[in-house]
Design a protein around this ligand. Structure first.
Ligand code: LMR
Length: 381
């Protein structure tokens, strides 16, 4: 066991707070059947989303009560001291499953041997900032983090990108981490799925657990398509339960597309707690077998997708998992004209975003369409 008292600055390789504890050295009935430790690297670890998420992971909520975890927290020079505060709070929780907390500001150290990388840290869009500026600024961060993952993470590492614009950031990260399978990368659209489930449940007057099969198609932006056509409520087709088509098309759909922006207006900052919950949901969806007949949304690589969406994009689609960390895209959803037209718009948007960041992905012939409609969420005030 190596324990550096929190708050004291040392030259420890991963920062100022290090607790390592090997369950093998314990002679406790309860740890005997624990699984091998899982290492989870989190960027933006001193931010608001992480401040909810880390405690959920450390408590065993995501991976279960027999899965010890190591948390590797990545911050920046600016957030380093705050990161010490996060580590101190994690210490003070006495989580039995939390076996290591390492903090640092060098992705190449923090991502070493990671089984999971949750890439949350990104610069929020500032007032007056153009879409292209945000793509460029955050794209640079994700290119660097992709290179670091490529060099030091486990080749099986699952990467979940949350920092916006998350689909294109995930694509950039993937392009810079060629030694990891493209299918290991996800951009978070589970929050949008959860938002959609809640609004459908409220409208139908049912508990949200009865809403299933909700797909978010496309980009985590205002072009995203919350699919009420294939959704189910209490096992019935959603449109048979909610017959108010006008509401589904003209209230529900834009409400989900713009909910993140509305929340920013109300809070003065992005959603944090609900984002953290949805990250935990998205991770659980990959490590738990998906219920028979159901699926979940995640933005994944479009290569070989059954819906004719341009290859080489990170696009939200319906997925299922056997619970081993991998996923498959669910085939055969009904794509009517209404969905097709909107899915196409989101596809075009992502294709345009990709064209603007080709230089961060080693592509030289990309075209950045400067006149793309601005559909990014508004960013923090
Ligand atoms: C959300 O959907 O709440 C966030 O992605 C919004 C944002 O721009 O941070």
């Amino acid at each position: 066991m190596r324990n550096t008292p929190a708050g004291s600055v040392t030259n420890a390789p991963l920062g100022v707070f290090v607790l390592e504890y090997d369950a093998k050295n314990e002679d406790l009935e309860k740890t005997k059947n624990w699984k091998p430790i899982v290492k989870i690297a989190v960027s933006g670890a001193a931010g608001q989303i992480s401040n909810h998420l880390l405690f959920k992971i450390a408590s065993g909520e995501v991976f279960g009560k027999d899965q010890p975890v190591a948390l590797r927290l990545l911050g920046s020079e600016r957030s380093q001291v705050a990161l010490e505060g996060v580590a101190m709070e994690l210490e003070d929780c006495l989580f039995p499953l939390l076996r290591e907390v390492d903090i640092g500001i060098d992705a190449r150290k923090v991502f070493a041997d990671a089984d999971w990388a949750l890439l949350i840290g990104a610069k929020p869009r500032g007032p007056g900032m153009e879409r292209g500026d945000l793509l460029e600024m955050n794209g640079g961060i994700f290119a660097e983090q992709g290179k670091a993952l490529n060099e030091v993470a486990k080749k099986t590492c699952k990467v979940m990108v949350v920092g916006n614009p998350c689909n294109t950031n995930a694509l950039i990260c993937m392009a810079n981490a060629p030694s990891l399978d493209k299918r290991n990368f996800h951009a978070l659209t589970r929050l949008d799925e959860n938002r959609a489930k809640c609004q459908l449940a409220l409208k139908a007057g049912v508990f949200y657990e009865t809403v299933s099969n909700v797909t978010i198609w496309g980009n985590h932006s205002t072009t995203q398509v919350p699919d009420f056509v294939n959704a189910k409520i209490g096992g019935e087709i959603c449109t048979d339960v909610i017959e108010d088509r006008e509401w589904l098309e003209n209230d529900f759909t834009p409400a989900i597309q713009t909910r993140g922006g509305l929340l920013i207006k109300k809070w003065g900052r992005s959603s944090a707690a609900s984002t953290a919950v949805s990250i935990a949901d998205a991770m659980k969806a990959l490590v738990t077998p998906t219920k028979e007949g159901d699926w979940f949304s995640s933005a994944v690589i479009t290569d070989g997708n059954p819906y004719g969406i341009e290859e080489g994009l990170v696009f939200s689609m319906p997925c299922r998992s056997k619970g081993d960390g991998s996923y498959e895209i669910v085939e055969g959803l009904k794509i009517n004209d209404w969905l097709r037209e909107r899915i196409k718009k989101s596809e075009e948007e992502l294709s345009g975003e990709k064209g603007c960041v080709g230089h961060l992905m080693g592509i030289t012939d990309g075209v950045c369409a400067a006149d793309l409609e601005d559909t990014l969420l508004p960013g923090e005030m």
